[in-house]
Design a protein around this ligand. Structure first.
Ligand code: SAM
Length: 306
C-alpha cells in the first residue's frame, strides 16, 4: 500500500491553524486514515508533545507512521475517553476529526464502498464489524430503507428505490455492488444517475457504520476530555453531520445536554462547554476546490473548551 495514494488531506492548513498547536501538548487525530493530518501535526510537536491517532480500519493501522511521540489506536473513536483513561491521559489540548471514508476506501474495489467496482456489498470501515451493507439491503423493512435513503442520501425518490430493492430481493439475493446498482439505477434520474447512485451508496455506508450515532457520542466524550482552552476541530461532508457538530458546539443537541460533564442545564438554559472559534462554517479555498475534488463538500468547524 502506497501511503501517498491513500488520501489527499483536506483543508490541512485550516485544520492545523484550528488546533493552535502547543509544542509540548497532547493531541488526538480521531480519523488517522492515511495520516495526512497526523504527519503535519507531529511536525509541530516537541519531544515532550504526544499525538494519538485513532482509526477503526485495519488498513489505516498497517500504514501508520512510527514515531516515539505517536501512538496508534485501532478503535472506533466513540471510545476516545476510555482509551485516554487507559493511557493515563486526563486532558488533551486538541482533537481533530476528518469524518467519513477515505479515498482509499473508495479506490479499494474489494471493500464495496463504490459502484465503480463490482464487489461484495460490504462497506464496513471496521473489517470486524458485524453488519454489512448486504445485511441491511436483505433485512431492513421497505420503510427503514426508504428512511435511510431519504435522510442519509437526501434522495427524493427514496420510496421508489426502497420498493425496487424489496421487489428484487424477493427474487434473489442482492449481494454485490453491481447487483445493487442494477436494481436501483432505473429509479434514478437519467441525467444524474451517477450522482444519485453515489448517494444511495453513501446512505448505506452511513447506516452500516452507525456514523451519526457515533459522531454524537464522540463529540460528548471529546468535549469532556479537552483541557480549558483546548481545541475541537471537526470536518464533515454531509449536511446532517454538520448540523450535529454545529448544535453540539452551541450546546443545542439534546443528547449532549444529557451529558452533565459536557454541558449543564441551568433554569432550562444550556450552559455550553465550548466557544465557537469560527462563527460561519469554513470551506476549502478556491485553489483546493480545483485541485482536490473531495474538498468540495467539506465543512470545517472549530471550537474551544471554556
Ligand atoms: C476522511 S478519512 C481521514 C483521512 C485523514 N485525515 C488523512 O488525511 O489521511 C476518515 C478515516 O476515519 C476513519 N473513521 C471513520 N469513522 C471512524 C470511527 N467512528 N472510528 C474510528 N475511525 C473512523 C475511517 O476508517 C477513515 O480512515
Amino acid at each position: 500500500m502506497n501511503p501517498d495514494c491513500y488520501h489527499i488531506p483536506v483543508m490541512l492548513d485550516e485544520c492545523l491553524a484550528g488546533l493552535n498547536i502547543k509544542p509540548d501538548g497532547t493531541y488526538i487525530d480521531l480519523t488517522y486514515g492515511g495520516g495526512g493530518h497526523s504527519k503535519e501535526i507531529i511536525k509541530h510537536l516537541s519531544a515532550k508533545g504526544h499525538l494519538y491517532g485513532f482509526d477503526q480500519d485495519l488498513d489505516a493501522m498497517k500504514g501508520a507512521m512510527e514515531d516515539e511521540r505517536f501512538t496508534f489506536v485501532r478503535s472506533n473513536f466513540r471510545y476516545i475517553k476510555n482509551w485516554m483513561q487507559y493511557y493515563g491521559v486526563e486532558q488533551v489540548d486538541g482533537i481533530l476529526a476528518d469524518l467519513g471514508v477515505s479515498s482509499h476506501h473508495l479506490d479499494e474495489g474489494g471493500r464495496g464502498f463504490s459502484f465503480r467496482y463490482d464487489a461484495p456489498l460490504d462497506m464496513r470501515m471496521n473489517q470486524a464489524g458485524k453488519v454489512s451493507a448486504k445485511n441491511i439491503v436483505a433485512e431492513y423493512s421497505e420503510e427503514q430503507l426508504a428512511d435511510i435513503l431519504y435522510y442519509y442520501g437526501e434522495l427524493k425518490q427514496s420510496r421508489r428505490i426502497a420498493s425496487a430493492i424489496v421487489k428484487a430481493r424477493n427474487k434473489g439475493d442482492i449481494a454485490t455492488t453491481g447487483q445493487l446498482a442494477e436494481v436501483v439505477s432505473p429509479m434514478l434520474g437519467f441525467d444524474r444517475e451517477k450522482k444519485d447512485l453515489a448517494r444511495v451508496f453513501q446512505a448505506l455506508r452511513i447506516e452500516v457504520n452507525g456514523e451519526m450515532k457515533v459522531l454524537k457520542e464522540m463529540l460528548a466524550n471529546a468535549t469532556d476530555i479537552l483541557a480549558p482552552g483546548g481545541r475541537l476541530v471537526i470536518m464533515t461532508y454531509h449536511s446532517l453531520e454538520d448540523r450535529i457538530v454545529k448544535n453540539h458546539i452551541k450546546g443545542n443537541d439534546k443528547d449532549n445536554r444529557d451529558s452533565q460533564d459536557a454541558h449543564s442545564m441551568i433554569f432550562g438554559q444550556t450552559k455550553t462547554a465550548l466557544r465557537a472559534i469560527n462563527k460561519n462554517v469554513i470551506t476549502a479555498s478556491p485553489e483546493e476546490l480545483t485541485s482536490n475534488p473531495r474538498s468540495r463538500s467539506a465543512k470545517l468547524r472549530i471550537a474551544e473548551k471554556k
